[in-house]
Structures are given as structure tokens and as C-alpha cells.
Design a binder for this molecule. Structure first.
Ligand SMILES: [Zn+2]
Ligand SMILES: [Zn+2]
Length: 196
């Protein structure tokens, strides 16, 4: 059987609400209520090599982080919340875009405001016309197992007439991996470099 022990407010020492160590008066004053910034910053992991602040909370299937809104507000995209708390308002119709191409990144220095067409232009210039699926950051050079860069993969593909074994030695990987890069089984998403 559950016994409800009386609790003391952490902020004023008075009696507090059931299951919350904070009384109603303190709650109304906003004490102990984490701000959107607190909530966002408690869920990031800094990537030391890219300086991306990677969101560790819930990720949507399209790779963007999602964070709960305040009471009465719907959930928000984590990178948009980051813009709001670090930079300010997002004008209507504007998108918060990534310079780093890492959708779960919420580092305000990696974000910029753009229109839908800027965003498409940006994706195009980075060779990404399609919405990546699954999460973009589990692929390519940021994948923990993967030591090759995009440039190296392109180079391997351009030198596909050379021996797999020699390429494997040069790029410090296995001939099997070289074959799968050349055939397009691996790094399939890296456009414009696949030999058809
Ligand atoms: Zn109190
Ligand atoms: Zn970033």
C-alpha cells in the first residue's frame, strides 16, 4: 500500500503538493520550473570534432530533435527552440536551417534563418535533394565505425579500376568494404560519385 508522506517545499520549507517537492506558491513564482533553455541544454552532447551540440532527447524519424513545449503548448523542434532561446524570435514563414547539415544539432552558431527556397538551395548545393532516411547522422563520416570521409569515398569510386586490395591498404580498410563502396551498397546516399 502506498503511503503519501508529507513533503516539504524545497524552496520555502512549507508544506508542498503531493509528489512535488515544491509548494504551489513557489511554483507560481516560477521557482524550480526549468526554462526552455534549461531543458534544452540538459539534453545535449557536444561533439568535439564538429562542435555540434547533438540533441540526446527524442528524435523524429526525419532526424530532428523534439522537445516538449510548456504547458498548453505543443512540442517544438529542438533546433527551433535553440534559436528562440539563444537568438530570439523566428519570423513567420522563416525556417531555422543548419550550416552543419546535422539535423539533431542545436548549436546556435550552426543555425541560420532561411526561407524554404534557401533551404532547398542549401540542400541542393550539398548534394542532398532528398530527405534523408533514416537519421542522417548515423551515416557517413559521422558514423562511429566509419573512418572514411566523403572525399575519400569519392576518390575510391573514381579509382574503381584499381585493385581492391591496394585501395584497402591505402585507405586502411578491408577489400570487402572497398567493394561495397564501389558497388554502391555502402555510402549509397553520397550522390554524384557512384559509378553506374
Ligand atoms: Zn514553497
Ligand atoms: Zn552542428
Amino acid at each position: 500500500m502506498r503511503v503519501n508522506k508529507p513533503k516539504t517545499c524545497r524552496y520555502c520549507g512549507g508544506p508542498c503538493d503531493y509528489r512535488v517537492s515544491r509548494c504551489r506558491a513557489c511554483k507560481d513564482k516560477g521557482l524550480g520550473v526549468p526554462t526552455a533553455k534549461d531543458r534544452l541544454l540538459s539534453k545535449i552532447l557536444r561533439n568535439e570534432s564538429t562542435d555540434c551540440w547533438e540533441f540526446t532527447g527524442y528524435l523524429l524519424p526525419n532526424g530532428y530533435g523534439r522537445i516538449a513545449g510548456r504547458r498548453g503548448e505543443g512540442p517544438n523542434l529542438a533546433h527551433r527552440v535553440s534559436w528562440l532561446v539563444h537568438r530570439g524570435e523566428i519570423p513567420a514563414g522563416m525556417l531555422v536551417c543548419h550550416t552543419c547539415d546535422n539535423r539533431k544539432c542545436v548549436n546556435p552558431d550552426h543555425l541560420f534563418l532561411g526561407t524554404q527556397s534557401d533551404n532547398l538551395q542549401d540542400m541542393k548545393s550539398k548534394g542532398r535533394g532528398k530527405i534523408p532516411n533514416p537519421l542522417p547522422t548515423t551515416r557517413g563520416e559521422s558514423h562511429w565505425k566509419n573512418k572514411l570521409t566523403k572525399e575519400q569515398v569519392s576518390e575510391i569510386r573514381s579509382r574503381s579500376s584499381e585493385s581492391r586490395k591496394a585501395l584497402a591498404v591505402e585507405f586502411k580498410t578491408t577489400p570487402r568494404y572497398i567493394s561495397s563502396i564501389i558497388s554502391g551498397t555502402k555510402w549509397k546516399w553520397l550522390k554524384g560519385s557512384k559509378r553506374l
